[in-house]
Design a protein around this ligand. Structure first.
Ligand SMILES: O=C(O)CCC(=O)C(=O)O
Ligand SMILES: [Fe+2]
Length: 303
């Protein structure tokens, strides 16, 4: 049975990415303390306990999936912003974008009786045409212990260059067995899936994933964490969930106010009260003209 490499919590970005690029997945151990785990559980479990089972085979008839973790849980925000993870995600994804963004947050609780999920690539969320770049850096935080019996994630190390229609053999599947407080890191291109739970306890993991700043997010962060909540959060997480431009001309908006009562073309953080960074009177035609002059190497003046 293939084994996943396990690295200690203090590993460097280079060490993490060397294994991620080779195998498509690895486990970092000892990242969360018992206190951290207690805090995470106390903040998420009321929502998890109230979540109904999944509606189809893929999401799991004996599995609950609970989202909006940025809005709902301070302890989960700390996981989202974990420095080791953010540093590695940035270096991993930056060849394909100027900025990374949060893609989804979800507690996945696999209950006894859940059968194994179909093996897949997470990047198929965008369809199967994203073959020539890596769009996703993923984590699953072990909030309970992960064992083969309770549904530890099935992972096929070394599957990054398999064809999409590769028929996975049982001997190609490894299991992300890890103590609570560890985190499975895997790429959007690796074959994997939730495991079958043949134990009598729940397997609880938190899936937090990151993507290129110019792609559509899986969990709609603007609706899961609307401006009235996002406004109360630290600037770094506001930026990561999407309240910042995804590139020079990606994501600006115009507050739909009566004529003459509001600015035109402001960046999304304007909705959170960051009026100092407004693009002011730049219209979209001006923006595109500025980009083409930027591409020609001329200095762009942000008004
Ligand atoms: O819960 C897991 O271990 C993996 C779930 C998964 O891969 C998915 O839902 O896309
Ligand atoms: Fe997946």
């Amino acid at each position: 049975m293939p084994k996943l490499d396990m690295l200690p919590a203090g590993s460097s970005t280079d060490e993490i990415l060397a294994v991620l690029k080779r195998d498509g997945a690895l486990i970092l151990t000892g990242v969360l303390s018992e206190d951290d785990l207690r805090q995470v559980r106390s903040e998420i479990m009321p929502y998890v306990d109230a979540t109904p089972n999944g509606a189809d085979q893929f999401v799991g008839a004996n599995t609950t999936r609970t989202g909006a973790l940025v809005a709902r849980s301070e302890a989960c925000r700390a996981l989202v912003m974990n420095k080791t993870i953010i540093d590695a995600a940035n270096v991993f994804l930056k060849p394909f974008c100027e900025k990374i963004q949060l893609h989804l947050t979800q507690v996945i609780r696999i209950k006894p009786g859940q059968t194994a999920q179909a093996i897949h690539r997470d990047r198929w969320a965008w369809g199967t045409h994203l073959k020539f770049l890596e769009p996703q850096f993923n984590t699953i935080w072990a909030i309970s212990e992960f064992t083969k019996a309770n549904g530890a994630t099935q992972v096929c190390p070394g599957s990054l260059d398999w064809e999409d229609n590769h028929e996975v053999l049982p001997e190609e599947i490894g299991y992300a067995e890890m103590p609570a407080g560890s985190v499975l890191i895997y790429s959007g291109g690796v074959f994997h899936g939730g495991g079958a739970n043949v134990s009598n306890g729940d397997r609880v993991g938190i899936n937090i994933t990151y993507t290129l700043g110019w792609l559509r997010q899986e969990e709609n962060q603007y609706l899961s964490c609307p401006p009235e909540i996002a406004k109360t959060l630290p600037r770094e997480i506001q930026e990561l969930i999407g309240y910042s431009l995804g590139g020079y001309a990606l994501g600006y908006y115009t507050p739909p106010l009566p004529a003459g009562e509001g600015p035109e073309s402001v960046p999304p953080e304007y909705a959170l009260g960051h009026t100092e960074t407004a693009i002011s009177t730049l219209g979209s035609a001006d923006l595109l003209a500025s980009i083409s002059s930027e591409i020609r190497g001329e200095k762009v003046a942000m008004l």
